[in-house]
Design a protein around this ligand. Structure first.
Ligand SMILES: NC(=O)c1ccc[n+]([C@@H]2O[C@H](COP(=O)([O-])OP(=O)(O)OC[C@H]3O[C@@H](n4cnc5c(N)ncnc54)[C@H](OP(=O)(O)O)[C@@H]3O)[C@@H](O)[C@H]2O)c1
Length: 353
């Protein structure tokens, strides 16, 4: 099979580095171009990615690849992975889509636009139909498909089977988010060591809006948002990778805890049916130990490391309509780079590329 040429925008950041790791040697995709800001352009990748933070070496064949500007003239490829900051992404991703590229984005810039699919392939692959609407609306030759915020992804994956079975009424989530979620250079050591910071700009609104869009229904070429109530408190903690979330759920139908565990364990979607290369066999891993999941022990869980959410402490609340649980998902793998790679694999398998 001939591999599809791909470009990575934002190749030097925390998500860009994960994209390098996941796309290097990918069975379907071939990195032909890597791009970042003017600070990095024209440098060899090894000299631009000076804050390399992954515990593997930069792949040998990419060390000397020249970083280019995030311009379609320089970094164009049929498939573009974007790990740009949101304000930059708004303008740059639009230009790539206009130029005819399929853009799969980590940034929040387009996520909530009505004609842009916000995809978790296990949940709402059918929302890809919005691509046709987007192309008509914007007269783009290409298109943009987005993944959710890193906190939303693990949460939405766990809520989906529970919503299908018990109908959600209210969700309240309190997060403990890893430092790598703040990008590079990130949070200052002096601020986060021995500390918890109870505010992450814009994060709570993203979780609230995106979760309801992803679990919404596509009807007459638009997404009608899921109608449960959701509130969120986001905290930054001194963990390198892996977001932890404590979740309280009120349901419309009575909940049986063993049944809840069963629907979570059995949850599967299009990636598993299509056997996509980055699809974990179990998107949700249910833990029975009283002290799991933990980020250090569980963030790389699953058949594709870092692509499964782990859930534990599933227990009754104060009546038969309430339950509590704790979940963990890897913010730069399932919550970012792995999410856009899985989206791209879905686009390929569904003939959108
Ligand atoms: N970190 C996470 O866990 C996570 C999870 C989900 C989504 N996201 C989203 O993914 C995106 C990337 O996040 P990150 O954490 O990887 O950020 P980051 O570490 O700050 O990296 C940003 C990347 O964008 C490049 N860049 C910055 N300004 C630019 C400009 N004006 N023009 C062109 N390139 C520019 C940087 O290049 P230089 O090195 O040259 O400056 C770098 O490669 C953001 O939208 C973020 O919200 C992040």
């Amino acid at each position: 099979m001939k591999k599809i040429d791909v470009s990575i925008l934002g190749c030097t950041g925390t998500v860009g580095q994960r994209l390098i790791e996941m796309l290097h040697n990918h069975p379907w995709f071939n990195i032909v171009s890597i791009a970042a800001s003017e600070r990095s352009a024209s440098k060899a990748y090894k000299d631009a990615a000076i804050n390399w933070y992954l515990p593997i070496d930069i792949p040998e064949d990419l060390r000397d690849m020249t970083v280019v500007n995030t311009d379609p003239g320089e970094a164009e490829a049929p498939l573009v992975f974007s790990a740009l900051p949101s304000d930059t992404a708004k303008e740059v991703e639009g230009r790539f889509a206009e130029a005819g590229c399929a853009v799969t984005s980590n940034a929040s810039a387009y996520r909530m636009e009505k004609d842009v699919p916000l995809i978790i392939p296990e949940i709402n692959a059918e929302h890809l139909e919005l691509i046709e609407v987007q192309r008509e609306n914007r007269e783009w030759k290409g298109y943009i498909v987005t993944d959710p915020n890193c906190t939303t992804i693990g949460l939405a994956m766990v809520l989906k089977p529970l919503h299908d079975r018990f109908k959600l009424d209210t969700v309240y989530v309190s997060t403990m988010q890893a430092i790598s979620g703040a990008g590079l250079p990130g949070v200052q050591g002096l601020m986060i060591t021995d500390n918890v910071i109870p505010y992450i700009k814009g994060e709570e609104q993203k979780v609230i809006g995106e979760t309801r869009k992803i679990l919404g229904k596509l009807e007459s070429k638009q997404v009608n948002f899921a109608d449960f109530k959701i509130a969120c408190s986001c905290n930054r903690v001194s963990v390198v990778d892996g977001h932890t979330e404590s979740v309280f759920i009120k349901t419309k139908e009575p909940v049986d805890i063993e049944e809840a565990k069963k629907v979570l364990r059995n949850f599967k979607g299009e990636p598993q049916k299509l056997n996509l290369p980055s699809a974990p066999k179990e998107p949700i891993i249910v833990r029975e130990e009283e002290n799991r999941p933990q980020p250090r022990l569980d963030r790389m869980a699953g058949t594709v490391p870092g692509m499964s959410a782990s859930v534990g402490r599933i227990r009754p609340g104060f009546d038969e309509h309430t339950l509590l649980l704790t979940l963990i998902s890897h913010n730069t793998i399932r919550g970012a780079a792995g999410a856009v790679v899985l989206n791209a694999e879905l686009l390929y398998a569904k003939n959108f590329l």
